[in-house]
Design a protein around this ligand. Structure first.
Ligand code: C2E
Ligand code: CA
Ligand code: CA
Ligand code: CA
Length: 275
């Protein structure tokens, strides 16, 4: 048994070592990719429930690596945050997304994710102003998405910057709402214009009456304080019908209406949906 334990420890050690080397490689490759502007963007439509039109698209970063394949943002965004590369990524996403949005009809906005580390680096307002100036996009067509985690880590910096951007007419969305800790105090203190209810609240509404109640009450909370309310992760017609019949939700985002797509494809969807 002792020898066996030793063998296991050896294997464990090798796995850790491989994992560590893989992460080191990803770090180096990500740096090179960002420098070469090798990331791409996918856009996922947000649909207005009443008009059934596309009202916005969320910009989502994509990394396709020639040898390693597609690396999901859940893997490379944390690496980018850890290394500080996130700032270059955020700059590039803002530049690209605002430029692409200029090619869409006026009533379609674009939303961009900003992370805690961006607020810590402290140049979010500059990045946003540069992107708007370079693209010529109207401020009200840009929306910044922040999660509670970003706010917990960088509350003072985020409050200041988001206040400034909100006064300029830029939309501010609280992303993944319901998954963090003390959401309600953030709603009170920060100039949000939109609440994006996390998809974990949508996932089982068709089978769990309690989930549906929670979703409709969280949505009502958002409506009561004059926020636009979005449900994320809508995947089925059953979920859509329940949301329409039981909640005041304004917009939906999810695979039912569209997966994140390259800009050419998303432009086709915007056109097809009557704009
Ligand atoms: P997020 O901001 O909450 O973005 C929504 C995620 O949900 C996207 O995953 C999207 O593909 C996925 N999604 C959309 N509809 C559905 C659905 O109906 N069902 C399911 N199961 N999933 C759905 P993605 O693109 O893999 O991004 C994951 C996360 O990575 C994002 O979550 C965001 O936190 C982060 N991320 C992506 N791009 C960027 C970026 O440019 N900057 C920053 N800071 N973070 C980013
Ligand atoms: Ca988001
Ligand atoms: Ca989200
Ligand atoms: Ca999320």
């Amino acid at each position: 048994a002792k020898a066996e334990g030793k063998a296991h420890a050896q294997i464990f050690h090798e796995e850790l070592d491989t994992e560590y080397r893989y992460r080191q490689r990803l770090k180096a490759e990500l740096r090179a990719c960002v420098a070469a502007k090798g990331l791409s963007l996918a856009y996922q439509p947000l649909i207005d429930l009443r008009t059934r039109r596309v009202v916005a698209c969320e910009a989502l970063a994509r990394w396709h690596h020639a040898e390693l394949g597609t690396i999901p943002p859940s893997v490379f965004i944390p690496i980018a945050e850890e290394t500080g590369l996130i700032s270059d990524i955020t700059r590039w996403v803002l530049e690209t997304a605002t430029r692409d949005c200029r090619t869409w009809p006026d009533e379609v906005s674009v939303s961009v994710n900003v992370s805690a580390r961006d607020f810590r680096i402290g140049n979010v307002a500059d990045l946003v102003h540069d992107a708007l100036a370079n693209s010529g996009l109207a401020a009200h067509r840009l929306e910044i998405e922040v999660t509670e985690t970003a706010l917990i880590e960088q509350r003072d910096a985020a409050t200041k910057v988001l206040g400034l951007l909100a006064r300029e007419g830029i939309g501010i969305a609280l992303d993944d709402f319901g998954t963090g800790y003390s959401s309600l105090s953030y709603l009170q203190a920060l100039p949000f214009t939109k609440l994006k209810i996390d998809r974990s609240f949508v996932a089982d509404i068709a089978t769990n009456p309690r989930s549906l109640k929670l979703l409709s009450n969280v949505a009502q909370l958002g409506k009561d304080i004059d926020l636009i309310v979005t449900a994320e992760g809508v995947e089925t017609d059953a979920q859509l019908d329940l949301i329409e019949a039981n909640t005041g939700i304004d917009q939906i985002q999810g695979y039912l209406f569209g997966v994140p797509l390259p800009r050419g494809k998303v432009a086709q969807i915007i056109t097809r949906m009557g704009q």
